[in-house]
Design a protein around this ligand. Structure first.
Ligand code: FEO
Length: 396
């Protein structure tokens, strides 16, 4: 799919409608796209990124369909293979092309794709390369999503080519066919799964981008943002330290003991005016859990004890939460055991790097008694009190 975004600026969009997993980890309910761009400045022509190697033939056909016999530059924003994986193919077809990338990007491209060093030209933050009627300006933006990542600003058209930043895993039949609510949801999922661990760094990038006028944001996944203010505002909201009056109750229950505690806690929290989002890990899309982690104030983990520790499914979820580094403020653990174990302690230790306030755990032997359930009530009251003290009283 070739779409002219502005005279001389083309989107080469490869839609991967049916892909359902990314990095062998992230569910893709809406597929994804790999967006490359072609910028014809009259004197020089630049290709911005490529596409996933799984779509080699389609990408090369689209590139050939542009009719360009010569390409001067290939801007490689990010060495991950879904954008850089076809650079060797492009180099074979356009031997005159020079790859422009960051200093670290050069190392990564040589390590991952074995590109010859002489084909790569390192560009610096703020460096400009003229194409004729257009100018490329490079913005180093480490950690969105790898440390080598950079962005490109097309000065005359005020277009920001943002690579993974502001992207979404959303295959579309048109550049902006979907309305904002659909794009917002997909972009939030993408942020939660990919960008959330880098919130402090993103704040710095947003401040830097605020110094530029941006008329269009062209990411490497998902629809182009013709109203950049919408996605910029969404990112400001997501990275802000503000959280909502929401509790995620993440649980697994083998024989019903944990489920009894979870049901009691959910009921009591709802009665306190708190929005509760329960996630049964045996039927949870990790992407949905990640989205919920963007705004929640409190996470409660509820697990039985298996071979001395948390249920393995809970360990997996807790490991994911630790990696995503959400801005939650409070954490509590519910656990059941029969003859011993350290389920609660294991989870609290695992999540210690989040530096959140850990509320007193509720640990029960076997099936919870009436007295045990009253301890669950007390935990619900404590969570409500902590939320109130933090100024979290709005119903979401
Ligand atoms: Fe879309 Fe980090 O690659």
């Amino acid at each position: 799919m070739i779409t002219e975004l502005r005279p001389g600026v083309f989107l080469l969009g490869i839609q991967d409608w049916h892909r359902r997993l990314f990095d062998e980890l992230i569910p893709l309910p809406d597929g994804t796209s790999y967006n490359a761009y072609l910028i014809d400045g009259g004197e020089k022509t630049a290709l911005v990124d490529t596409a996933d190697p799984s779509r080699r033939e389609e990408f090369l056909a689209v590139l050939a369909a542009t009719g360009k016999k010569r390409l001067d530059y290939l801007v490689s924003h990010h060495a991950e293979q879904d954008h850089a994986g076809l650079i060797p193919d492009v180099l074979r077809r356009y031997p005159e092309i020079r790859v422009l990338t960051s200093d670290r990007g050069k190392t990564f491209l040589m390590d991952l794709l074995h590109l010859p060093a002489e084909k790569i030209q390192v560009v610096a933050d703020g460096e400009k390369i003229p194409l004729g009627r257009f100018t490329l300006e490079f913005i180093l933006a480490p950690w969105v999503h790898w440390p080598e990542t950079m962005l490109t600003y097309l000065t005359e058209e005020k277009i920001l080519f943002s690579c993974d930043l502001f992207g979404s895993h959303l295959a579309t039949s048109g550049v902006a066919a979907e309305g904002w609510p659909e794009v917002y949801q997909a972009a939030k999922r993408y942020y939660a799964e990919i960008m959330m661990p880098f919130r402090p760094v993103i704040a710095g990038h947003l401040a830097k981008l605020a110094t530029k006028q941006i008329s269009l944001i062209a990411p490497s996944h998902g629809p182009v943002h013709y109203r950049p203010e919408l996605i910029l505002k969404a990112y400001h909201d997501w990275i802000s330290p503000e959280t909502k009056n929401e509790v995620l109750v993440i649980f697994v229950s083998m024989h019903g003991s944990v489920a009894l505690m979870v049901q009691r806690l959910v009921d009591r929290l709802i009665s306190s005016g708190i929005t509760v989002r329960p996630f049964n890990l045996t039927a949870t899309d990790p992407g949905q859990l990640a989205i919920a982690l963007v705004d929640a104030s409190t996470v409660v983990l509820a697990t039985p004890t298996v071979l001395g520790g948390p249920h393995p499914v809970m360990m997996s979820a807790a490991t994911l939460i630790r990696a995503l580094r959400p801005k939650i403020k409070f954490l509590a653990v519910l656990s059941s055991f029969l003859w011993g174990g350290q389920a609660q302690e294991s989870l609290e230790n695992l999540l210690a790097p989040l530096k959140v306030k850990i509320l007193p755990a509720v640990k029960v032997r076997g099936c919870p008694t009436a007295a045990d359930l009253e301890r669950v009530d007390q935990l619900a009251q404590l969570i409500a009190a902590e939320h109130a003290q933090a100024g979290l009283t709005q119903k979401t």
